[in-house]
Design a binder for this molecule. Structure first.
Ligand SMILES: [Zn+2]
Length: 338
């Protein structure tokens, strides 16, 4: 059992055991609890369901250091590294089991270690929370614009207000898969928002700060911190996902940056083949760059950009009083949105 009931104004660091390994060493998940002036609501923050996604780990560690519990209304329960085996492997998955923890929820008590981690994390942490933020980053070499990923599955649709509360310019709306944390928790009435910041393997100050801003916006929006969240009055909900792949092999040079707005036919970058010939990579539709490849070498078929087209885009208006900031993506994209 995790220690959730601590005194008002206190911080606590603990860990829970979830399994045992070949050599008898224990698999333990570290966690933090910060108890503010009230017990509820309980906000869950977690990172590293995928072990190489580090920006979120840093966001949680910094917030836990920085926040004064007496300024928090409610309790924060934070799990900086959920997939501890994958984290040690410095990889998305544990090297031995090679399974995606974010397809295993709600987990299995008597399953393999990945399923046990899912089970204990889900039962000990997720079920006790009123809502949560699940921090992710792009895979190795996939740099992602800060955004929430609101996922549907079957007749389940997430409540978008929780995603809006992060205060990002865009929200990516798409169909998810069985066993994902935000879908499994959402179906049980616990909104857990998936928040993407930057790329795997490296800490990046810009994306860490965007992550901290997003979490604080969320807390302010729901009254857990005083002050107004700083966010655009209008955010864009996008669902036209396009994965652009290399048509030839060589070295990829990106010309676009994440968050850029491009017209159909605009150059995103080029691939220089080993024989010196340049092949330009162009936008297939009017879209924004959600993610861009940061690894240079590509072979035919490798993904190089992740675009979100403005087809079927929706504008979401903020429902509460906020401190309004510009939405630079929307300013450039408005002409493409019907
Ligand atoms: Zn992830």
């Amino acid at each position: 059992m995790i220690k959730l009931d601590i005194d008002e104004g206190k911080k606590y660091r603990g860990k829970i055991k979830v399994a045992e390994l070949e050599d008898g060493s224990k698999v333990e998940i570290p966690y933090f609890v910060m108890r503010g002036r009230r017990r509820r609501p309980i906000l869950l923050l977690n990172a590293a369901l995928h072990g190489d996604e580090l920006n979120g780990v840093e966001v949680i560690m910094r917030l836990f250091e920085e926040l004064n519990p007496m300024e928090v209304n409610g309790t924060i329960v934070a799990v900086p590294v959920v997939n501890v085996l994958a984290f040690r492997s410095r990889d998305r998955f544990d090297v031995i089991e090679k399974r995606d923890l974010n397809r295993k929820f709600p987990g299995k008590k008597d399953g393999n270690v990945t399923e046990k981690i899912a089970y204990h994390f889900f039962n000990e942490f997720v079920k006790k929370a009123d809502f949560g933020i699940d921090l992710h980053a792009g895979m190795k070499g996939h740099l992602l614009l800060p955004h929430g990923r609101a996922r549907t599955l079957g007749d389940y649709a997430p409540k978008l207000e929780y995603y809006q509360a992060l205060g990002t310019d865009i929200i990516f709306y798409h169909e998810g898969e069985k066993g994902m944390l935000n879908i499994t928790a959402g179906k049980r009435g616990i909104p857990v928002v998936c928040f993407e910041i930057g790329e795997a393997d490296r800490l990046d100050e810009f994306y860490i700060n965007e992550g901290i801003k997003g979490v604080k916006n969320f807390m302010k929006y729901f009254g857990m911190l005083s002050g107004l969240p700083e966010m655009p009055a209008r955010q864009i909900l996008l669902q036209g996902y396009i994965e652009t792949r290399a048509s030839v092999g060589g070295m990829f040079y990106s010309k676009a940056r994440v968050g850029d707005v491009v017209k159909k036919g605009d150059v995103i970058g080029y691939i220089r083949k080993i024989n010196g010939k340049k092949v330009y990579v162009k936008a297939e539709k009017n879209s924004t760059v959600m993610g861009i490849r940061t690894l240079s070498a590509v072979r035919e078929g490798d993904p190089i950009a992740w675009m979100l087209s403005f087809e079927n885009a929706e504008i979401l208006e903020i429902k509460k009083k906020v401190k309004i900031r510009r939405n630079r993506i929307l300013e450039k994209a408005e002409k493409f949105i019907k």
